[in-house]
Design a protein around this ligand. Structure first.
Ligand SMILES: [Zn+2]
Length: 74
């Protein structure tokens, strides 16, 4: 995948972390709250969970300091 800003080749990689909490996204300035979580909204479908980790396949441009990954949000 090429960077949409500088059009150079992006590096493929994995964003990861401990899987104690799901990864959420919410539009605007505030993070996902307890009520959103109860309703199951804002879950990133690109995130793969296993026992103690989560992973997201993402492309990184070191020049522009941008990352891109495909996902849907529930
Ligand atoms: Zn770039």
């Amino acid at each position: 995948m090429n960077c949409p800003y500088c059009e150079k080749e992006m590096k493929k990689g994995i964003i990861s972390g401990d899987g104690r909490s799901r990864v959420y996204w919410k539009s605007g300035e505030k993070r996902t709250n307890f009520k959103d979580k109860l309703g199951g909204t804002g879950i990133l479908k690109a995130v793969k969970y296993s026992l103690a980790v989560f992973e997201i396949e993402a492309y990184y441009c070191p020049k522009c300091k941008k990352m891109i990954f495909d996902t849907e949000v529930s």
